[in-house]
Design a protein. Structure first.
Length: 137
């Protein structure tokens, strides 16, 4: 992740958006889940999938997801190692960057989240079970 110029370009863009919904968190989640490998720590993938699940299925913003991540990080837990699907979604970071900055790119980030969550949705029950009820906001 750290040596990816596309990663750097997109995250510079999202961090400078100054949007109240914090789209940066959505891009971080999509990228992490799409590029996860055997070396990825379970907490990283679980948190990415929690973020994708909450955004795609419940319409929760990146800012709210960030708060939920902070709440969950306070729990001492052995986070499960989840299966990595061979296909990680048909939209990539390159597709997102190909869109014009502003609404077209922001919409592409949402579409990217949907694309990645679609292939990981097999973990839906596991992800949902990790979340407290009600969700902290």
């Amino acid at each position: 992740m750290l040596n990816d110029p596309q990663y750097d370009e997109l995250f510079f863009y999202t961090l400078n958006r100054s949007d109240p919904d914090f789209i940066h968190q959505l891009a971080v989640n999509a990228y992490c889940a799409q590029h996860a490998g055997a070396e990825t720590k379970p907490i990283a993938l679980v948190f990415a999938l929690i973020g994708l699940y909450l955004h795609v299925e419940h319409g929760i913003t990146g800012r709210q997801i960030q708060r939920i991540h902070m709440y969950l990080a306070q729990r001492r837990c052995d986070w499960p190692r989840l299966p990595l699907p061979a296909e990680r979604g048909h939209i990539t970071i390159a597709d997102v960057l190909a869109k014009a900055p502003g609404l077209p790119r922001d919409t592409a980030i949402h579409d990217w989240c949907v694309s990645v969550w679609d292939v990981y949705s097999i973990t839906r029950a596991q992800i949902a079970a990790l979340l407290p009820t009600p969700l902290p906001r």
